[in-house]
Design a binder for this molecule. Structure first.
Ligand code: FAD
Length: 391
């Protein structure tokens, strides 16, 4: 093999580095910056929002409990307002939205435009003083024992090293934590492929009723979240190797083509394909505490409250413990979003939705700033400073 003598360029150091600019990473970076930390957010694509935007999810699950009480607050609420700020929404009027085209279940949730929301996230992040780096893949954390000293990243600028006092893994696949040697667990996914399309019926609703959510529609291929529709004979994958992801994406697009081949080609368009695999649960941390989503369970180290988005979830109340965001053996790496310590089943199901990713992101960002600027360990924060973390 040819010996490639590649130079690693040493860049500036930060108090906090957040890897991954999905909803969790955005919330984490903004919370850290608001806490006074010099914060770098590294995103491998060129748009913020992750699955919510690049993955075309475009439905913000509820912040309320389905019985009139708001559960999730903080940046999660700022973000639902932001996704409704420059484009259509259907947040009910009594939750402060447009009330246009009554939403599912009348809860504090909404459809949103993934493209407009993504552009608005750039504004949100930069206005809050976060240094943003697009088109940059974080490859490896640099470890000194169990302490993370920074990250190596790859981009058209070359191979770079960024030092950090704290690193937050908001990658959606826990790749930073996994490569740091932290204990992680892989999930298993059914094949789901969702594109956005428009057709004549939607166009008519748009003209008659200014209904953009009827115009920009999901074309769902494959399975729902329970496995109904999973292609026969296809294995379930976690999404931690590129061959599996390639097969997953090829199968999704082949199923999409099969579907549209039977349609009148002059009656619709596919507006956009997803720009990342729509895998619900890839890999997550095994942390100090598991979040199991037990109705009514409270924690001394709670970071905040949340409800249950599922049809039978109205009235359920959960708290997420700070212990689900770190592992005791690794002093300066935090998890945010769908990679927190929440076992497959109810825990991961609740932790992974957009508002709760914002919640864990915000708590991780606040804790990271405290660690970097005040020197409090995560255990110390957990036992004495949860009032500064609670959202
Ligand atoms: C099919 C499906 C349907 C869903 N439906 C809903 C729904 O209706 N409502 C809802 O609220 N939630 C829904 N969800 C869940 C929700 O969308 C996601 O779990 C949530 O958006 C995840 O946010 P995150 O920030 O944790 O991770 P992600 O959105 O995965 O963001 C991770 C980011 O990190 C970046 N990244 C990854 N690795 C690196 C690296 N090494 N270096 C730099 N950048 C990196 C990625 O490009 C990405 O931008 C759904 C999920 C799926 C798959």
């Amino acid at each position: 093999m040819k010996d490639i003598n590649r130079k690693i360029i040493e860049r500036e150091s930060y108090d906090v580095i957040v890897v991954g600019g999905g909803i969790a990473g955005v919330a984490a970076a903004v919370a850290a910056a608001r806490g006074g930390a010099e914060t770098l957010l590294i995103e491998k694509s060129v748009n913020l929002g992750g699955l919510a935007t690049n993955g075309l999810i475009s439905w913000y699950e509820p912040l309320c409990d389905g019985q009139g009480t708001q559960m999730v607050k903080g940046i999660a609420e700022e973000l639902i307002k932001l996704c409704a700020k420059y484009s259509f929404d259907n947040i009910p009027k009594h939750w402060g939205g447009s009330g246009h085209n009554t939403p599912r279940n009348d809860r504090y949730s909404t459809f949103f435009s993934p493209t407009v929301f993504s552009a608005a996230l750039d504004e949100f992040v930069t206005a809050n003083g976060v240094k943003l780096r697009f088109d940059t893949l974080t490859t490896y954390p640099v470890m000194n024992g169990n302490l993370c000293e920074g990250v190596i990243a790859e981009s058209c600028s070359g191979t770079e090293y960024f030092g950090a006092k704290v690193v937050i893994d908001a990658t959606g696949d826990a790749s930073v934590m996994y490569r740091a040697g932290m204990p992680t667990v892989e999930g298993k996914n059914y094949m789901t492929y969702v594109a956005h399309w428009c057709n004549m019926d939607g166009a008519k609703k748009l003209c008659d009723d200014a209904d953009f959510s009827a115009f920009r529609q999901w074309m769902g291929i494959g399975s729902d979240m329970f496995g109904n529709g999973h292609p026969e004979g296809m294995k379930r994958i976690s999404g931690t190797n590129a061959d599996d992801i390639t097969e997953y994406m090829l199968t999704g697009k082949a199923c999409l083509l099969k579907k549209i081949k039977n349609m009148d080609k002059d009656s619709f368009d596919i507006m956009t394909l997803p720009f990342m695999p729509q895998l619900r649960t890839i890999r997550r941390l095994q942390g100090a505490t598991d979040f199991n989503a037990v109705d009514g369970e409270t924690y001394d180290d709670a970071i905040g409250n949340c409800g249950d988005f599922r049809p039978n979830g109205a009235g359920k109340h959960y708290q997420i413990p700070f212990g689900a965001l770190y592992n005791e053996d690794f002093p300066n790496i935090l998890a945010a979003g769908r990679v927190i310590s929440a076992p497959q089943g109810d825990g991961w199901e609740i932790a992974r939705v957009i508002p709760n990713c914002a919640l864990t992101g915000e708590a991780a960002g606040k804790a990271a700033a405290l660690y970097a600027l005040s020197g409090y360990s995560f255990e110390n924060i957990r036992s004495e400073h949860m009032d500064k973390i609670f959202v």
